[in-house]
Design a protein around this ligand. Structure first.
Ligand code: ATP
Ligand code: MG
Length: 386
């Protein structure tokens, strides 16, 4: 049986891999070892961190007693390390150059200069650099940590007031931030799967933020997110983008803005979308991006592995809670849709600052085959839990 080493991952992701005919060896942080991982495999190695040296040393140790056929990761914190380990140990897995491009926002912008995906940008090290960039881009700019994720250290600056607020947060000169022109339009994400260089666009996801923050509150995959023509335009754009970065294998979560003049690229991540986007994709297309990424390497007879992909629902959504909510009221309001996941922390959160993704106190994933009950559920969440 082939042995796949996985680096990290949310415990929920380990439910996807059973029955594929692989043995799994998983390197995981002690605090993240959960029941689903334990069900998948006994070969769990606790590591203190996912630094490349730690992980490469651990895999090299494993290789003394066991063959390792592939190294993979499906989590932001493990991606680059998995790619480096593959590269250093000459074991197939994530492509290092595509991974570096996706993780380093500055590298990605530079790589795409002169293409249809170009966005004006500059590396800023001082307040004066930021001011100069803003003067050249009066529609506004976005300042971000080139290696950031989870919208941490992302500042939208459209006027002098927002500029001084961002600079106060950055405090002193000597920082390194990427400035980008502000891209107007409606934001969606695109969930894709590439196997052997062939791309499939699985879904377009609508994203809604929590109040005036960058914390993600709601994701919806349904035929109503964009019309069929727009879906085709977005699909073709993302396939060209994946070709441009020579992406060969695995999932991507691509963030784009839609305007009347076309599409602009926020960023591309070589992983499944955050929160429950991967589950929404599976509910509405039948395709697990995690499972399918590994399945093509399986030696198992395809007819005996778990059956064809089957979509279960037309409409699916996840909603993250940042404020306390009445559990019984919620259940009753959502009685006409299927509740796939529901979790709310007992302790209410009271904060007098804008929320970040880490502040969520619960979530619900729901799905339905009819439009009206789905819309009613979303309306309830929008009005009562927002
Ligand atoms: N150039 C831009 N123009 C307009 N909005 C932007 C731009 N860059 C980022 N944003 C907004 O800020 C959000 C976070 O930015 P970005 O995706 O680059 O950071 P991130 O840390 O990777 O966030 P996440 O991990 O949540 O996707 C985007 O989803 C988008 O709403
Ligand atoms: Mg992003």
């Amino acid at each position: 049986m082939r042995n796949i080493v996985l680096i990290g991952g949310h415990d929920e992701t380990f439910t996807h891999f059973a029955g594929l005919g692989f043995q799994f060896t998983v390197l995981q942080l002690p605090s993240a070892i959960g029941p689903n991982l334990r069900t998948l495999t006994d070969h769990i190695f606790a590591v203190a961190d996912f630094e490349p040296d730690t992980v490469v040393a651990e895999i090299a140790r494993i290789m003394r007693s066991k063959q390792v056929d592939y190294i993979f990761s499906f989590t932001e914190g493990g991606l680059l390390t998995a790619a480096i380990a593959s590269h250093r140990l000459s074991i197939p897995g994530l492509d290092l150059s595509a991974c570096e491009l996706c993780i380093d926002k500055q590298l990605m912008r530079t790589f795409l200069e002169g293409t249809e995906f170009a966005v004006e940008n500059a590396a800023c090290r001082t307040a004066a650099d930021v001011e100069t960039f803003l003067a050249r881009h009066p529609r506004g700019l976005v300042l971000k940590d080139p290696a950031g994720s989870g919208s941490e250290s992302v500042f939208i600056v459209r006027d002098e007031l927002e500029l001084s607020a961002a600079l106060t947060e950055l405090r002193k000169d000597g920082f390194l931030m990427l400035a980008e022109e502000y891209l107007p339009g409606r934001e969606v994400s695109v969930e894709t799967l590439t196997v052997d260089g062939k791309h499939r666009v699985l879904a377009v996801t609508n994203k809604k933020l929590h109040r005036k923050s960058l914390a993600e509150e709601q994701h919806i995959i349904s035929p109503d997110v964009v019309d069929a023509t727009t879906f085709d335009v977005i699909s073709a754009y993302c396939e060209r983008l994946l070709n441009q970065i020579s992406y060969q294998h695995g999932p991507c979560h691509i963030e784009v803005k839609i305007t009347d003049d076309g599409l602009s690229l926020i960023e591309i991540n070589n992983r499944v979308g955050g929160d429950y986007i991967g589950l929404l994709v599976e509910l509405t297309t039948g395709v697990s991006q995690l499972r399918e990424t590994l399945r093509c390497w399986s030696e198992m007879d395809r007819s005996t592995s778990v059956g064809p992909n089957r979509a279960r629902y037309t409409y699916a959504a996840s909603h993250q809670f940042y404020e306390p909510t009445d559990f019984e009221h919620l259940r009753s309001a959502l009685r006409d849709v299927d509740i796939i996941r529901l979790h709310i922390e007992p302790t209410p959160l009271r904060l007098d600052r804008p929320r970040t993704n880490d502040d969520k106190i619960g979530w619900v994933v729901l799905a339905c085959n009819e439009s009206e009950p789905f819309k009613r559920a979303i309306d309830y969440l929008d009005v009562t839990c927002s």
